[in-house]
Design a protein around this ligand. Structure first.
Ligand code: ATP
Ligand code: MG
Length: 474
């Protein structure tokens, strides 16, 4: 195989003598090519390297070449395909063209015929890519798991796409529920590493004494309970992407080890001595302000600069124009289908409320509200009476003049209650427990997020939960 990173042409031909002849034809015309003989290998290669063109023999030892063509079209890979057919098999050629081949070429063929076909296919491919990129820049409404055609999201989509091909670290920030994980997955899926693993580690959700082993693995006997060697996320992500979510929750000791890993590309397992090397792309995310974390000594400055290579900030939902409506409509249809309901839209006055609400919990909160509406009601149109708090008419206020920050308040930032609030009186620990449990439930069980809303460290919540469990066990 050639050692060029992204050769333009992949030749899939199982007869070595023919492959050599074709490659020589191409080489003389100035085209670099890679050659593979098996269909399976070719399929993996195309997914990983996205060559501009595949020259595909339809008769392969392990599979029909047309399946590769179909997979390329189905996965919408940006790769053109020219098929090689045997003399007299016109039906196969027709079938391949219908399946989306750019052209076909009948064996035996001359150098000139091959080169002309390849040139035309590459030119077609170039023009199509150009048209797509113009269309993309005109405003995308769906992009790798994101819904939303608003202007503030277009640069986000563009950075994801441009950053995806590189190995540079991407540092994703944004309030809770803005889509940081969606963004990380999009980068991986748009990258040449897409066929390799995407491993996500939530640094805030793993107890402090286990996280090093989660990231780097451990050897048997490294600590109580380490009954066998275990791979960490770094090993499992080899060749692919490691996503360090809630990065700012990582404790300083592990930050030092992570920095060393980033500088050398190598690590040792907990309790081990062997130095291991891996090839991984790192993505990280936080809903905190990383600069504040650095200033206040909770995050190493040198690590921050090492990771902060390509920043992506996801704007809060309230700043994304009509995206909130686009997402709400899509979710309504999706959830109605899942719950066997018949909703098809919102009454205009309901859309007005959805649009004006500040959405402090962003897309995740919108998901919860729409799910609530669909589960608890029936009908075709969502009316005002179906809106749950905090959107219940009379209880909501429009988006605040100054947007609230993620940690603006534990209960319902962005909402004023017009009803008098019943104040619970009871033991202080009980009230605290209620508040913490409510926050955890509001965050779908995500403790680091609940901790951020409560403005305490996740470890505080873990400690308190442990104390309550012990109390209950007594
Ligand atoms: N633009 C979007 N369109 C459709 N769904 C979205 C969009 N953004 C996020 N989501 C969905 O909203 C939910 C929350 O997104 P995600 O988990 O990526 O947010 P996050 O920023 O990582 O949140 P947190 O800080 O709370 O971890 C997910 O279910 C995700 O699929
Ligand atoms: Mg997240």
């Amino acid at each position: 195989m050639d050692d060029t990173d992204r050769p333009d042409i992949l030749l899939v031909e199982d007869v070595p003598s023919l492959a050599n002849v074709y490659r020589e034809f191409l080489r003389k015309a100035g085209f670099a090519s890679t050659h593979l003989s098996l269909g399976r290998e070719a399929q993996d290669y195309v997914r990983g390297h996205l060559p501009k063109l595949v020259i595909l023999d339809l008769q392969l030892p392990d599979m029909a070449g047309i399946e590769i063509l179909r997979a390329i079209k189905q996965e919408e890979l940006p790769t053109a395909v020219v098929v090689i057919t045997a003399h007299g098999s016109i039906n196969t050629a027709v079938e391949a063209m219908q399946a989306g081949a750019a052209d076909f070429i009948v064996k035996p063929f001359s150098a000139e015929r091959l080169v002309v076909t390849v040139r035309n296919a590459l030119e077609q491919h170039r023009l199509r890519t150009l048209v797509n990129s113009f269309r993309d820049d005109m405003g995308r409404s769906r992009f790798h798991g994101f819904i939303g055609s608003s202007l503030p999201m277009q640069p986000v989509y563009r950075i994801i796409e441009n950053a995806a091909t590189s190995k540079a670290t991407v540092f994703i920030t944004g309030e809770s529920g803005t889509g940081k994980e969606v963004c990380a997955e999009a980068i991986h899926r748009a990258s040449p590493r897409r066929a390799k693993p995407f491993i996500a580690i939530n640094c805030g959700a793993i107890p402090k004494d286990l996280i090093e082993s989660e990231v780097f693995g451990h050897v048997k006997g490294a600590f109580t309970g380490a009954t066998a060697d275990r791979d960490g996320a770094a090993s499992r992500a080899d060749g692919g992407t490691l996503f360090l979510d809630e990065l700012c929750e990582m404790d300083l000791n592990l930050q030092t080890k992570l920095l060393r890993f980033l500088q050398t590309g190598s690590f040792t397992r907990v309790g081990g001595s062997k130095v291991e090397k891996v090839d991984i792309r790192i993505l990280c995310a936080t809903n905190r302000n990383p600069q504040t974390e650095v200033e206040e000594g909770r995050f190493r400055e040198d690590l921050y600069y090492r990771l902060h290579v390509i920043p992506i900030h996801l704007p809060p939902l309230r700043d994304r124009d009509d995206d909130v409506i686009e997402i709400a409509r899509a979710l309504l249809l999706q959830y109605s289908k899942e719950e066997s309901k018949e909703f098809s839209g919102f009454l205009p006055e309901v859309e007005a409320i959805i649009k004006n609400y500040a959405w402090p919990g962003n897309v995740r909160q919108l998901q919860n509200v729409i799910r609530n509406i669909v589960v608890l009601n029936d009908g075709q149109q969502v009316g005002l009476d179906m809106l749950p708090p905090p959107l219940t008419p009379g209880l909501t206020i429009a988006r605040p003049i100054a947007p609230p920050v993620a940690s603006a308040g534990a209960s319902n930032p962005g909402v004023l209650s017009s009803a008098p609030t019943a104040i619970a009186v009871g033991p202080l620990w009980r009230i605290e427990k209620d508040a913490i449990e409510r926050a955890i439930a509001a965050c779908d069980g995500n403790i680091p997020r609940a901790a951020a809303l409560l403005e305490v460290a996740p470890s505080t919540i873990y400690r308190k939960k442990q104390a309550w469990d012990e109390m209950a066990a007594r």
